[in-house]
Design a protein around this ligand. Structure first.
Ligand code: GDP
Ligand code: ZN
Length: 457
């Protein structure tokens, strides 16, 4: 297969002071050199940066002042020759430069193609490639750390270890089949199989446990703010969103629309459900009331149930408490600056969740709310660096399948089935785990995965 040279804009469109056109492939340095007025790039050392101008070779017009980075194979992201043209921000200059590079014969990169090349050239494995995508998309610092850990190969190392354990048992069984006369091998194999499958299953279980929290980090906790009209839902949302602006805007890749939806509370991403409804001055929530709240509850991972300190409980409130039974929720008693009319004792009986008092109009109580949220979602165990996080949906699904096939193996062992039957399940587990790191992934799966990347990565 002939490898061509690809190019794309690798910074978010329309954001930041600098935009980068990235090239990768055998002709990338030569192509950049055709357009560059400055040092002769063909002679440039690897991993050096050069100041100059990009000039249209036909019209001799200057497109932009740039800094060009030259990185020669193999120590580059893709393991190929890579050139990065850093030009001024704004769409026009960078688009023009990309066009000029394409006129030189480069091909516009497919989404994820740079990362795909890194994978195909063996620099990273599949779970690391997916981590690149997660880093781009991660919404909070915590989620970013999970992705970076994965990029670092932590998950891959563990998966390799588990596969090694399994392959040892498979080898044992092979010996067994080839040399049936050794009875002791047979016995050992059975016991070994039991120990190893149990061990591997335990490790997978651990991964899946933290995965649940990893999912939360990645996708955000779907949060519903509910309560009767006028209790302070909009005020709460505004106060949460304001906090968000202060924390999140400097994370690269987050856009305004994302910020509208996601609220970052001490690194926990809350995804507010139905923000439009709450925001409007004449809330739809307020019109449709309880019925709508119920609907929101079906979707929610977390409910913030607001009550007005200054009003007595209603039957609607009591009904909402009932429908909260199976959910994670926090009760917020707002307007504590006003006279207490609400029946606190009854609330303590009705509520299984934390109860927080706030006076949003005076900016009071948000620290308590934040603390309640972080205790709810992050046990100490999870914030420790020792834990291996899995946050990718594909990985989680493969781990679940692997666990199921180990269950089958254990079941077969318990029934004293012949080892070559048990081995089918163990081999299947080994393959499933291999798919996580890309060792047994089929080509179409790989294509599909990489096409999910943003263009330019
Ligand atoms: P929503 O209808 O549940 O969305 O409630 P809003 O957030 O729109 O608030 C309704 C009214 O209560 C507004 O006039 C707010 O200024 C006021 N309000 C919100 N929080 C407090 C509070 O803590 N104390 C007092 N006294 N008023 C508040
Ligand atoms: Zn409102």
């Amino acid at each position: 297969m002939e490898i061509d040279t690809i190019a794309a804009i690798s910074t978010p469109v329309g954001e930041g002071a600098i935009s980068i056109v990235r090239l990768s492939g055998p002709d990338s340095i030569q192509m950049a050199n055709q357009l560059f007025k400055g040092k002769h790039l063909m002679e440039a050392k690897s991993h050096t940066m050069h100041y100059g101008k990009i000039v249209d070779p036909t019209s001799e017009e200057i497109a932009d002042e740039v800094i060009v980075s030259i990185m020669r194979a193999p120590k580059t992201f893709t393991c190929e020759d890579v050139v990065e043209i850093n030009c001024h921000g704004g769409l026009i200059a960078v688009q023009r430069i990309l066009e000029m590079v394409l006129e030189q014969g480069a091909r516009l990169a497919d989404p994820g193609e740079f990362t795909k090349r890194a994978f195909l050239n063996g620099r990273i494995d599949l779970s690391q490639a997916e981590a690149v995508m997660d880093v781009i998309q991660s919404k909070t610092n915590k989620a970013m750390n999970v992705a970076l850990n994965q990029l670092d190969g932590k998950l891959s190392r563990l998966i390799r270890k588990l596969r090694q354990e399994l392959i040892e048992t498979i080898a044992h069984v092979e010996v067994n089949i080839d040399y049936p006369e050794y009875d002791d091998v047979e016995e050992m194999s059975h016991e070994l199989m039991q120990i190893k499958t149990k061990y591997v299953e335990g490790e997978i279980k651990k991964l899946l446990q933290v995965a649940e929290q990893g999912k939360i980090l990645r996708e955000g906790i779907k949060t519903a703010i509910i309560g009767r009209p006028n209790v302070g839902k909009s005020s709460l949302m505004n106060s949460l969103v304001q906090e968000e602006r202060a924390i999140v805007t400097d994370i690269p890749g987050t856009t305004r629309d994302v910020i509208e939806e996601y609220v970052n509370v001490r690194g926990i991403p809350l995804k507010l459900i139905d923000t439009a409804g709450i925001r409007e001055t004449k809330d739809i929530v307020e019109k449709i009331g309880v019925e709508r709240s119920r609907k929101m509850l079906q979707e929610a991972d977390l409910v913030l149930f607001m009550l007005n300190n200054n009003e007595m409980l209603t039957d609607d409130d009591r009904m909402i408490f009932e429908s909260l039974e199976q959910l994670n929720y926090i009760v917020i008693i707002n307007k504590v600056d006003l006279e207490r009319k609400i029946e606190m004792e009854e609330i303590m009986k009705l509520s299984k969740g934390a109860i927080i008092s706030t006076s949003l109009i005076n900016d009071q109580g948000s620290t308590e709310l934040e603390t309640a949220l972080s205790t709810m979602f992050f046990s100490n165990e999870l914030s420790s660096d020792e834990v291996t996080y899995v946050s990718n949906i594909r990985h989680i699904s493969l781990l679940k399948q692997a666990k199921a096939s180990l269950d089958d193996a254990q079941h077969a062992l318990a029934l004293n089935m012949p080892l070559d039957i048990v081995q089918i399940d163990v081999t299947r587990t080994w393959e499933l785990l291999g798919e996580i790191i890309g060792d047994t992934a089929s080509e179409s799966l790989i294509d599909q995965l990489f096409s999910q990347f943003c263009l330019g990565k």
